[in-house]
Design a protein around this ligand. Structure first.
Ligand code: PGA
Length: 257
């Protein structure tokens, strides 16, 4: 599977920054044909970002409503994101769960809506610092998977991102051993929920991924890519991350891994 590199701009970015997407798209065409790259941007930027990327990188939204349309002031449906040219959407990010009280059930409904609209859903899970301290991290994330992953319809395509809440935005990064244990746990939960299809869902790691740690993280077993917040806002850092990931794929391919 080609590594999936996802940028998450969060509530950042203006139309005047579309040059950054153009630059990144050109860079990707030259240096990273062996990766799947998605930049998730605020809904206001999706259409402009799609134009600026000219097909070289995919553009995604950062959240969607579970309904197609209706009396939901301020919300954006998966169909609207698709209409604007998005091909993916993040659902259940910890900032949505924490600041908007989103439950696993709502996240599953959003992921299902993404599938209905033909968007790839990137479903986030992750424990808080207190839950890790209490020794509950593995259980919490397995439960989030069971509750937040919808049954897969014929056109549903998902990835899962493990993002420990305490590691997001410049916190400490879990050890390689902890990431590997958690990804094994998530894989197990995916297979018990989805059967054999659970083996094919990419599991990304997210939380303070940067130019210095991305190579090590991509080498951890069952890490299928990364979800990047802060470092995706700095074009040079993001390009460097893409370069490292792409070189890594080349080396592994040559080594027959
Ligand atoms: P970070 O954010 O890379 O800034 O830690 C990741 C995320 O919240 O998706």
């Amino acid at each position: 599977m080609r590594p999936l590199i996802v940028g998450n701009w969060k509530m950042n970015g203006l139309l005047s920054q579309m040059e950054e997407i153009r630059t990144l798209a050109k860079f990707t065409k030259r240096h990273a044909k062996n990766l799947n790259i998605v930049i998730c941007v605020p809904a206001t930027l999706v259409q402009a970002a799609v134009q600026a990327s000219a097909g070289a990188v995919a553009i995604g939204g950062e959240d969607c409503h579970s309904e197609r349309s209706g009396p939901y002031t301020g919300d954006t449906s998966a169909e609207m994101l698709k209409d604007a040219g998005a091909t993916a959407v993040i659902v259940g990010h910890s900032e949505r769960r924490r600041l908007h009280g989103e439950t696993d059930g709502q996240v599953a409904a959003k992921a299902k809506a993404a599938g209905r609209a033909g968007l790839h859903a990137i479903i986030c899970v992750g424990e808080t610092e207190a839950q890790r301290m209490d020794g509950k991290a593995l259980r919490v994330c397995a439960d989030q998977i069971i509750g937040s992953v919808p049954p897969l319809g014929s056109n549903t395509s998902i990835a899962v991102a493990y993002e420990p809440v305490w590691a997001i935005g410049g916190g400490p990064v879990p050890t390689a051993r902890d990431i590997s244990r958690m990804h094994a746990q998530i894989r197990h939960a995916l297979v018990s929920k989805l059967g054999a299809s659970g083996h094919r869902v990419p599991i990304l790691y997210g939380g303070s991924v940067d130019t210095a740690n991305v190579e090590e993280i991509l080498h951890i077993s069952d890490v299928g890519g990364v979800l990047i917040g802060r470092a995706s806002l700095a074009t040079l850092d993001f390009e460097e991350i893409i370069k490292v990931a792409s070189r890594d794929v080349e080396v592994r391919t040559l080594a027959g891994l």
